[in-house]
Every structure is written in C-alpha cells, then in structure tokens.
Design a protein around this ligand. Structure first.
Ligand SMILES: *Cc1c(COP(=O)(O)O)cnc(C)c1O
Length: 387
C-alpha cells in the first residue's frame, strides 16, 4: 500500500484551487449578507454576484444578463432540456440528442419521453463523433431542441459544435451543449459556436462542488424549473449560494485565462503517458478520437482483463482513476458511450479512463508507467485465455 495519491480522475472532479478558496472565504463570514436585502451589508454580496456573473460571461463570450447560476452541471442540463421542452410545447415536442451524453442529459430525456415528448438519440462513429449531417437529417418540423455535448466525459471526443449549431439554426431549432468537460480545456465562444444554451459546472475546473451555470441566449424561451423567490430575474429561485458563486467566478476566470498553456502542459503529460503505455503493454486500444480529444483524457482498453479489477489493483497503490463515468461504476452494463461507439462488450469492460489535469506531475506519469504494465500482466495471467 502506498500513502501517496496519484490522481488520474480530473474528469470526475478537481480540487478547489487555493486561490478560489481564498476568494470564497470572506463570503462565508464578513460578507454574508443576502444579495436580495436592501441594506449596505447586502451591497457587497450583490456586487460579488455581479462580478462572478461577469467572469462567467467573459469566459464564454456571452453577456452577463445571459448567465444564470445553478447548483451544478446536472441542474443546468435538467433546466435546459425540461425548460425548453415546456416553453416550446406549441411549436413541437421533439428533441435531438446523442447516445453518448452524460446521464444528466439522457435520464432527463427519458423523463421527457415519459411525459409525451419524443427524443432521437443520434449514433456516433467509432471515435465517438457526431455527424452534423445526421443532426440535420433528424430535424423535423416538430423539433424544438438539439442537445450535443461539447466534449465527452468518458472518451474525451470533442464534437464539431459550430457545425452542429449552424445546422440547428438553419432549421430554426435551438441548440444546447453540455460543456461541463470542455470549459477550461477548449476555448468557448457562444456566438462563433452558435450555442443558445450551455451548461457548465464549477467542480470540473477547480471551483467548488455544487456550483454551476446555464447560459441562456437573450430571447430564448425557457420555462423556470425552481420556483420561489425572485432571484436570478425570477428564473431560478432560492437564496444565492454566495460563496459558491464567488468561487465559480474566480475558478472560471483562472481556468480560462490561459487555455492554450494549460492544454499544452496537460497534453504533453498525456502523450508521454499514452506513448509509454502503448510501448510497454501489448494488446491495448485507445478509445475516442485520436486528435479531436480533450488534452487530459486517455481511455484505453486492455484486452482480456476486467477494468474494475484493474482499478482495484491500481487503487491499492494510490492510483485514482475510473472505468468510465464515476456515476456508472458498479453498474453491470458496460459503458453506454463505448457501446455506442461499437466497442465490443468485453473490450468496453476492459477499459480504463485516466484523466489528467493540474494535479498531474511527471512523477505521477512515471509511477503509473511503472505500475500499470505489472497490474495488467497480473490480471491477464489470472484470466483464462491469456495464461
Ligand atoms: C460532471 C458532468 C456533469 C454533471 O455535473 P455536476 O456538476 O457534477 O452535476 C454533466 N455533464 C458532464 C459531461 C459531466 O462531466
């Protein structure tokens, strides 16, 4: 057993950056006023919320009035889908999404289907890529929304978002993207990418958990999900999570301040790790797109082994990784993402997701390159057919 942690699960969550924590702290104590109150103490809280709204807007190329704070990526996804579906009932009842979305999208779509909406789940190619032409072919005169994630959380594939947005708009259909994995890793510009609604989550880019936002383009019709007081212009009720909002703003400004620099550092470590694995371990396949992928993502299948067993072996040595999405671990079925990409069930169950980020050091790469070949070899010796 090793005491030291080697963290390869940045796609599941990241630690809140110390500068972000420092920015948040005064808003638990001195500046605790309710932003909706009318006395002086509340002014500082209101200004802090406005500042954070500006920081989020700047990171997306949006205007502050188009940013609405939520309790995370899951809530933003729920709001975008349910809100647009409910507000556009007279126009239509059809939503287009993909087979590889996060469960926050897929389970919301299944709920909407139970309410009488119809949903098309577009297939992807073997790299996990959505074809804009397939989006266009699926659009009917009943379609009100297209929702395609910017980058996939399991395999890292980055979608042709601008092309998909253009197709949706040519047909007068709204376009939502779950950009939870992309923010901080891929530059976002909601105008250039023709995005009408965008979900993001603080804890995926070194901000606090339970914080997020939904970008809603000015003029987009959307129903309110959380009813109550008049916060967020009456569209998302509940006393603002003041420290969380301050943290979200500080985190997104930090994460989007130097995306090329961050991406280059992480991708260099990722490439060294991937090249090392391919060199040292036989019968390995990379899942996801070879180039159009998140800088910190490696998803690989090791023929003949069980991914969960590999995770357990690595976990005993302090390695934190995942077999896909954290939310699906423990489930019997292989990853819906790998399955949609046509990866055979045995190889899908033999997959490991390593997601790199700020915590990753060269020493972590060296450690894993040392530990992984032995772990894979041990499991292969144990499993029949690879004796
Ligand atoms: C993590 C994640 C979510 C959920 O965000 P939370 O803030 O954890 O609710 C949604 N979509 C994607 C792609 C994610 O990676």
């Amino acid at each position: 057993m090793s005491e030291k942690i080697h963290y390869f699960d940045h796609a599941a969550t990241t630690p809140t950056h110390p500068e972000v924590v420092a920015a948040m702290l005064p808003y638990f104590t001195e500046h605790f006023g309710n932003p909706s109150s009318l006395y002086g103490l509340a002014d500082e809280s209101r200004e802090a919320v406005d500042r954070a709204r500006g920081q989020v807007a700047a990171a997306l190329g949006a205007s502050p009035a188009e940013i609405f704070f939520t309790a995370g990526g899951t809530e933003s996804d729920n709001w975008a889908l349910k809100g647009v579906a409910l507000a556009n009932r007279e126009k239509g009842d059809h939503i287009i999404t993909t087979a590889i979305e996060h469960h926050a999208i897929l389970h919301t779509c299944e709920f909407l289907e139970r309410q009488g909406f119809s949903v098309t789940y577009l297939p992807v190619d073997r790299y996990g890529m959505v074809d804009p032409a397939a989006v266009e072919a699926a659009i009917t005169d009943r379609t009100v929304l297209v929702s395609v994630m910017t980058a996939n959380n399991e395999v890292g594939t980055i979608q042709p978002i601008a092309a998909i947005g253009a197709v949706a708009h040519e047909h007068g259909v709204l376009f939502h993207t779950d950009a939870v994995q992309a923010v901080g890793n891929v530059p976002i510009d909601v105008d250039a990418m023709q995005i009408d609604l965008l979900s993001l989550s603080g804890h995926k880019f070194y901000g606090p958990k339970g914080t997020g936002a939904l970008y809603i383009r000015d003029g987009v019709a959307i129903e309110t999900l959380v009813h109550g007081g008049g916060q967020e212009k009456g569209r998302r009720a509940g006393t603002e999570n003041l420290p969380g909002i301050v943290g979200l703003g500080a985190a997104i400004e930090r994460a989007c301040g130097d995306i090329p620099g961050h991406a280059a550092r992480v991708a260099a470590l990722r490439d060294r790790l991937l090249d090392g694995i391919l060199e040292r371990v036989p019968e390995v396949t990379l899942n996801g797109h070879p180039t159009e992928r998140l800088p910190g993502n490696i998803n690989i299948s090791f023929a003949g082994i069980d991914g969960e067993a590999l995770l357990t072996l690595l976990g005993m040595q302090g390695v934190c990784a995942s077999t896909g999405s954290a939310c699906s671990s423990g489930e019997e079925a292989p990853s819906h993402v790998l399955t949609a990409m046509g990866v055979p069930p045995a190889l899908a169950r033999a997959s490991l997701r390593l997601s790199l980020g700020d915590l990753t050091t060269g020493a972590d790469i060296d450690f894993l390159l040392d530990a992984l070949p032995d772990a894979v070899a041990r499991l292969r010796r144990l499993s029949r057919g690879h004796a």
